[in-house]
Ligand binder design. Structure first.
Ligand SMILES: [Zn+2]
Length: 308
């Protein structure tokens, strides 16, 4: 039951596959384009963030958004480059990150992702956290190049480093580091500055993996690095460090409550996030202190909600 409660409180998550957000009228959404320098632009819309790298030979796109936004993504790209979209990277297998894959592939783009992402897209998914079924994707939408651990892409003078982090936001996350532009797309492993991050245990995510993912990004970041979360403005590495520290502290606190034999409700009642909520919860935040505690408790208890 508690898991159902967590799911209910999380149904407005930014990375929530768009099919569960029927209230969004995509025809009315605009894409906000932000120049991050060295040919990298942030394409932001309500519900997600994509990145593009624009070069002389073409465009590299990180995350295609939901299918109904595909034309708007293309139009936003066309406003900064008349070159074709040559390469797509999907950061993880939530539908707001791969929904317009087929349209991009039909335009000639090569799609790159973690091997687990391709498998989840091909088989279809049941996301218990959202009580949502995503049907198998058509073959044309699937990544044609997959990797397991790391991959380096050399694209128009930029070195794009892809890192897989195990069981973080999902089991198929790719962190994308534009080394020259000093920009990292965090997949869903970071909530931005001011939001608790979310991990989807039904997609193989875990608290420990989230902490490891944020540490991995910190290991390659400096004080000028811009970190791109699922949604919202770029954040600093300082905000990422604060998120990592918060998660690591929360892990210790919730583990202590578990070791003391506390139930999930008792752990929530103990308010282990109390001193964090002012920074990481604000009006409109998707994850509250209590739901963060439930996620942490369930993850540390190993109460993974497997996909059907
Ligand atoms: Zn997500």
């Amino acid at each position: 039951m508690k898991r159902v409660f967590v799911a209910a409180t999380l149904t407005v998550l930014s990375c929530l596959p768009a099919i569960a957000q029927p209230q969004i009228d995509y025809s009315k959404l605009e894409i906000k384009t932000t120049d991050l320098g060295r040919g990298v632009y942030l394409l932001g819309w309500q519900g997600g963030d994509s990145l593009i790298l624009v070069g002389d030979d073409g465009v590299l796109l990180v995350d295609t958004s939901v299918a109904p936004m595909g034309d708007k993504i293309k139009a936003a790209i066309a406003r900064v480059s008349d070159k074709p979209i040559r390469l797509v990277i999907n950061t993880h297998a939530h539908a707001d990150h791969f929904g317009a894959n087929e349209a991009m592939a039909k335009g000639g783009a090569l799609i790159v992702a973690h091997v687990n992402l391709r498998e989840r897209m091909a088989k279809g998914q049941y996301l218990a956290a959202f009580n949502q079924t995503i049907p198998p994707s058509p073959p044309a939408a699937l990544p044609t190049v997959t990797y397991a651990d790391t991959m380096t892409i050399h694209f128009d003078g930029e070195t794009v480093q892809l890192f897989h982090v195990a069981r973080a936001h999902t089991d198929n996350d790719t962190l994308v580091h534009f080394t020259r532009a000093n920009v990292i797309h965090a997949s869903g492993t970071f909530g931005g500055d001011g939001n608790y991050p979310f991990f989807d245990m039904s997609s193989g995510g875990s608290l420990a993996g989230m902490i490891a993912a944020e540490e991995r990004m910190l290991s390659v970041a400096d004080d000028k690095t811009r970190i791109i979360a699922d949604e919202g403005d770029p954040a600093s590495s300082e905000a990422l460090k604060a998120s990592r520290d918060m998660l690591a502290t929360l892990r210790v606190r919730v583990q202590k409550l578990i070791d003391e034999g506390k139930s999930e409700d008792e752990a929530v009642a103990a308010k282990p996030t109390k001193d964090f909520d002012a920074r990481w919860v604000h009006q409109g935040s998707f994850v509250t202190g209590d739901s963060m505690t439930r996620l942490a408790y369930q993850s540390l208890k190993g109460a993974r909600v497997d996909a059907k």
